[in-house]
Design a protein around this ligand. Sequence first.
Ligand code: ADP
Length: 140
Amino acid sequence: MALERTFSIIKPDATKRDLTGKIVAKFEEAGLRVVASKRIHLTKAQAGEFYAVHKERPFYDELCEFMASAPIVAQVLEGENAIAKNREVMGATNPADAAPGTIRAEFAESVGENSVHGSDAPETAAVEIAYFFSGLELVG
Ligand code: ADP
């Protein structure tokens, strides 16, 4: 399988608790290289655009408020099978269901404040990477 890239966010609940380093270590231990990274504070409108696919879900407003409540760290991860591997390292959306050793099992506070985002497919990875980074900022 060829090298693949995926998009990751370390969410506000995790940046607030200074868990960035511990979460990046989990990615690197799994063979995912950080090829782009920036710490930014989204506006609610920017969070809303990023999560537009969830617009009709009952938790959309709460999710946008949360994502704009403190800085995030947006990253591009590269590795073999990176999209699926990142989802595996992240664990299930609800930390109560996340497998032991996963980021969400260890760090997430709730189903909403669950420490990380990761793309779920090649198409979404491409769109999400382009929303946050220019080609010049991806350094493999
Ligand atoms: P994932 O992030 O695992 O791909 P989803 O795409 O289903 O999960 O949801 C996107 C994000 O929306 C979740 O990571 C979480 O922050 C939030 N979310 C999902 N379900 C709920 C819920 N029931 N209540 C509050 N927030 C939720």
